[in-house]
Design a protein around this ligand. Structure first.
Ligand SMILES: [Zn+2]
Length: 646
């Protein structure tokens, strides 16, 4: 067992109200405070999608701030891996868009019909595989669907789109798949000349020769359907060069004219963030283009590829959306159940700016506050149990924060070196880069880097509900420190969390760390330690997700082998294990009643009462088999015993 000695550093952790932070973060859906069951509606997979690879999108959108109507002209160029006779596109389930023209391979007036969420286009003679085909759809209408205020909004300042997860179909005909990325895109925004049009990639031109301006953007990296977006607004455009140790890039900021102060206030920290992410995870993934922010009225932010949509440019939000350019955009979640690969990483990378010594929060505060925020509720998994419910899929507590803390816990378990090596290998894996990944593929990289089987870790922490709670009792016998560690799951559905538990033992201002391999619910660890510790703490640096960290001193702990009746200077408690009655006898005569409480390993109070001064029996017949604590309290002493119900 490794023994580490460090000087005790007293951390004065200020009690920051966690709720204060929430306003700074990415909230992908707004205007729904308090609603608990908002559904994304229904959605079925796009038929034939696996056989279609879209090589290029030519998107022409005419829109105007204040008007709800958009005019669209979309040409999708694609290749087939299998012959199809019908093309299915995700488009406008509410039928508020009228389709004016459909052309397949430049044929005028191709047939089409609407079915559910789809625009269905019979192709007639079959299209050859491995050749390039195209379909053009000209349409107009008012984007309309559930939660449209988060997918599309038009007011007198700007008009914008946001498509994650299922919103793209409300404003353009596309294939909403997480299996295939579009190779490149040309986006033409047609808008009144007093506004600026902003989209993905590099600005090519602004043609003001006609009554409306036509702003052309071009993106030449593979892009997932939901990461294409645009905004037309009354913006100031400010270009800033971001420089860091090994690189530089232009950052194009499109901000409301009365809020240009955001650009300078955030820029130096943005540069540090570029430098940090570049050093940890490799070059900015879209280095041949640029990065940018465009301000919109959405609740928080959205990591549209190369051009994030931002409510404002507060530091955590800026870091979060930049982090997504690696985790989310360079590698995109391969299904919505794997959304944590986007959001947990973006949340954790934001915290890494704190660890690096900049940003809005102190690293120690983030860890403690986030741990508390997650564990204040006992249930819930990072794995989203319902991807059609926005509160589940975009759960701030689970998908963002618990996921981030699970990454931090993984780092604690396998060590910094293996953790960062594994994440680096993952994000730069040529088979995944500019494509998609699922959790198993991430796990495989972490297993290779750590040379450990992490199946159990991912089952417990990603799939599993809740978190571990701990009770540690210790006492010194001779030169041996006996530590009895009991783990309980936070909820009835929680798994048992196999893990290495850091226990810090303090003596005379020194800290001694023990890593205890927890493989059973209840186990006694014996370490050589010459003196009675001043104190003992479980994971004092908050490097693992743990709820209860209860340490009890001076309780009679014996090795696993011998578990006779529980005896201390105050009471004899027997038998142990117990079946129906637990007997309590005071060692010394007393006139006092003995108050008792029986608690579960999660510290839940199960029963309480009082015994006569000469002792008595406590009923245990109703208790399920397991481990319990009995607390015995008289006027001047409190003693806790662990007992086993057989
Ligand atoms: Zn995010």
């Amino acid at each position: 067992m490794k023994l580490l000695v460090t000087l005790t550093i007293a951390l004065f952790i200020s009690a920051i109200n966690f709720a204060q932070q929430v306003i700074n973060v990415e909230q992908k859906f707004h205007d729904h405070n308090g609603e608990s069951t908002l559904s994304f509606g229904s959605r079925s997979e796009t038929p034939k999608a696996p056989f279609i690879h879209i090589t290029h999108v030519n998107l022409r959108i005419e829109a105007e701030p204040g008007s709800q109507v958009i005019y669209g002209d979309v040409r999708l160029t694609y290749k087939l891996s299998q012959e199809i006779d019908t093309l299915w596109l995700d488009f406008d389930s509410a039928l508020t868009m009228s389709v004016n023209v459909v052309q397949v391979d430049f044929t005028q007036n191709s047939k089409y019909y609407r079915k559910g969420n789809f625009l269905v286009i019979p192709i007639g003679s079959k299209q050859a595989i491995h050749q390039t085909h195209n379909v053009r759809i000209v349409y107009r209408g008012v984007p309309n669907g559930p939660d449209i205020g988060s997918y599309f909004r038009s007011d007198n300042r700007h008009v914008w789109t946001r498509s994650e997860p299922y919103g793209a179909r409300y404003w353009w005909p596309c294939i909403m798949t997480l299996q295939d990325k579009i190779d490149s895109a040309d986006i033409y925004l047609v808008h009144p000349k007093e506004y600026l049009g902003v989209s993905n990639g590099l600005l090519q031109s602004v043609d003001s020769s006609r009554s409306n301006a036509v702003t052309h953007w071009k993106h030449t990296y593979p892009v997932a359907f939901y990461l294409i977006a645009w905004s037309i607004g009354d913006y100031a455009h400010i270009t800033k060069k971001a420089k860091w140790k090994s690189g530089a890039i232009n950052v194009e900021n499109y901000v409301f004219k009365d809020q240009v102060f955001w650009v300078d206030s955030t820029h130096s920290e943005l540069e540090k963030t570029f430098g940090l992410f570049d050093s940890l995870f490799g070059e900015y993934p879209f280095i041949n283009e640029h990065y940018g922010h465009v301000q919109t009225s959405m609740g928080g932010g959205m990591e549209h590829q190369t051009m994030s949509h931002m409510r404002d440019l507060n530091q955590p939000l800026v870091a979060h959306e930049l982090a997504h350019q690696w985790f989310g955009n360079k590698i995109t979640c391969g299904s919505w159940e794997d959304l944590w690969l986007n959001e947990s990483f973006a949340t954790y990378l934001t915290a890494l700016t704190y660890e690096a010594g900049f940003g809005d929060e102190k690293w120690a505060d983030w860890k403690e506050n986030t741990n508390r925020f997650i564990t204040n509720t006992n249930s819930g998994s990072v794995f989203p149990i319902d991807t059609m419910n926005f509160n589940v899929l975009f759960s701030w507590r689970l998908t963002y924060n618990k996921g981030a803390y699970v990454l931090h816990t993984l780092r604690d378990q396998i060590g910094d070196k293996a953790f960062f090596k594994g994440v680096n290998n993952f994000i730069n894996d040529p088979a995944l880069s500019y494509g998609f990944a699922i959790t198993d593929q991430f796990r495989a990289h972490m297993e290779a880097a750590s040379n450990r089987d992490l199946n159990e870790f991912f089952n417990d922490w990603y799939m599993g509900e809740g978190h571990p709670n701990y009770i540690l009792q210790y006492n010194l016998v001779g030169s041996k420190l006996y530590m009895e560690v009991t783990q309980g799951g936070s909820s009835g559905r929680s798994p048992f969390f196999e893990m290495d538990l850091t226990v810090a033992v303090y003596l005379n201002g020194l800290r001694f760390d023990f890593k205890l391999p927890i493989t059973q619910q209840n186990e006694v660890f014996v370490e050589t330690f010459g003196r009675v510790p001043d104190s003992v703490q479980i994971d004092p640096d908050y490097n693992t997700l743990i709820g209860l960290r209860d340490v009890r001193e001076g309780i009679h702990v014996l090795s696993n082998a011998s578990r006779p009746d529980l005896v201390s200077s105050a009471y004899r408690v027997f038998p142990n294990p117990v079946k129906s009655e637990l007997n309590v006898r005071p060692i010394l005569k007393s006139e006092e009643f003995i108050n008792y409480e029986i608690r579960s390993i999660n510290n839940a109070l199960l029963s309480k009462g009082a015994l006569e001064s000469q002792g008595g029996s406590v009923e245990t017949v109703e208790l399920p088999v397991g481990i319990y604590f009995i607390q015995l309290k008289s006027k001047d002493s409190t003693t806790i015993y662990r007992f086993v119900k057989d």
